[in-house]
Structures are given as C-alpha cells and as structure tokens.
Design a protein around this ligand. Sequence first.
Ligand code: ADP
Ligand code: MG
Length: 296
Amino acid sequence: MERRPIHQLSQSLVNRIAAGEVIERPASVVKELIENSIDAGATHIVVEVEDGGRELIRVIDDGSGINADELPLAFASHATSKLVSDEDLFAIHTMGFRGEALASIGSVSHARILSRTSDSDAAYEIFNRGGEIGDIQAAAGNVGTTIDVRRLFFNTPARRKFLKASSTEFSYISEAVMRTALPNPEVSFKLSHNSRVVLDLPKTDQHSRLLAAWPDEFREQQLPIQTRDAEIMMRGIIGTPELARPSQRYQYFFLNGRPVRDKFIQHAVRESFRGLTEPGRYPAAILLVSMPRAGC
Ligand code: ADP
Ligand code: MG
C-alpha cells in the first residue's frame, strides 16, 4: 500500500473527534452547559428542550456572563477561565477546567452563545456552525448567558443514528439535571420539554432538595444522615430496607458536589443493609460526601 505522509489534523476535525468522547448524546450537552452555569455563579438555571434535544437544547442562566471579546475563545478548544497556573490543576474548585466542552458542542451542532456581563449595557452573541465560528454581534439580552444548541450531530451521522426515541433521550436529560440539582440547593432549576415544564425546583435547603429525587410514596420512609469522621463529612438520606430496589435507580452519590459512581460506596451501603434486604437489591440512598480537596 502506498504510504501517505503524516500531517496535522485541522482544528475542526480535532474538535469533532474530541466531541465523540465527551458529547455522547443530548444529555451530555445539557450536563456540560448547566455545569458551566453553576461555575459562573448562576442562581437560576432554565433548561428548554425540544424533541429530546434533537431540535433544541437551550440553557439560560443569570451567572457572571462572558465578556464580548472573549466569546470566540469560549468556543475555542483548550480555552478556559478556570485554570491559570499549573498548580491550579491540583486545587480545582469548579466543575469544568478542560476548556473543551463548548468547542466540542459547537463542532457537532449549530450553537449560539448570547451573553452579557453586569458591567456591560448590551448583550453580545456569537454563532458556531459545526466549527465555523462567526463574528461577535450586539444583541438584546439580560445579564447572564443563554446557550442554544440546534441540529445536534448534524455532521456526525453515526451519533445521530444511535440516538434513542425522544422520550428516552429526554429521560437522560432529566436525570442529568436532577444529578446536578441535588448538591446545589441554592440554585433554582426549571426544565421543560416541548414547552411543558417537567421539573421545577425552587431554591431551597439541602434536605428539601434531596427529597426532589425521592419519590412521594417513599416520603414516610427516610432516615436523614449527618455524620463526620475526621475531615470527611457525609450528609444525605437513606431509605428504610423496604425501599431497596433491584436497580440502582434511587442511589445517588456525590463527592464534593460532583456525581460519582463508586463501587466502594455502593458496597458500603449494601453491607450496612446486609440481612435487612434481599440479596440483589439496592437500598435507596442519596449521599453527599465532602472532604478537603488535595492541596488545600
Ligand atoms: P471549561 O468549563 O472546562 O472551562 P467550557 O468549554 O465548558 O470549558 O467553557 C469555556 C469557558 O467559557 C469557561 O471557562 C467560561 O469562562 C466560559 N463559559 C462557558 N459557559 C459559561 C456560562 N454559562 N457563563 C459564563 N461563562 C461561561
Ligand atoms: Mg465547562
């Protein structure tokens, strides 16, 4: 076979390949966008979805906004405001830090950022159509950021084909919103699908927010937990043994506000219910573990 020379991939192809890893389905877009809103200090986050995210994903926040001149960078890969020095990598206190999400999303969709900072009189917008980034333009908008994502996976047919029914994709989205909302009770979340409000979580205290993921019929059967061992703190709620289910649907674990899937925690929960639940059942539990970050 004839040997072809090595050459550097174009930036848009690099971003599209990277998108293949982080942006698996509409719910991944929602997760990345709302985590950005949290990082920007938002107190109200509205998520609007049409057709399971195929038609539209829109996230509106009242966070810090992005300066007009930085808008093109927000869509650039490896561009972030969250890490400045090498040391910062060991003391991360934001959800994001790789500077890759918006570049990836923009490379596989038609996306728009509309943003206004509190010291600006006007909002500005910028479009990214599958990696083609337009010019910064003045627009109307409140302080905060709105990101629209349309035509997701228009240029990656394999991903588009792999998407499930709109109701299934929406259920993943709603899970992603719930997972982000649980450890952030000081932020209100509203999620709608095809203009119908599906989740409406006003700002509240931590315990009440956790109950949002606790089915009503479980209400009477919950034990609040608050415990600490040296510098490790754990809060949350666990269900009585009757609530144990054959799936992990009612198990949520968080470490310092990040959702985690951890075999060790799962095992510890199961062990503590040993003899009380049938084998193969998972106790209902929402646990928020916090510990000092490395380097603090
Ligand atoms: P990361 O979150 O890893 O920094 P992203 O690609 O998700 O990377 O975002 C790039 C940058 O765009 C962020 O570092 C932040 O400065 C800015 N940004 C993104 N979303 C928002 C938002 N909702 N509000 C304010 N700034 C944002
Ligand atoms: Mg991010």
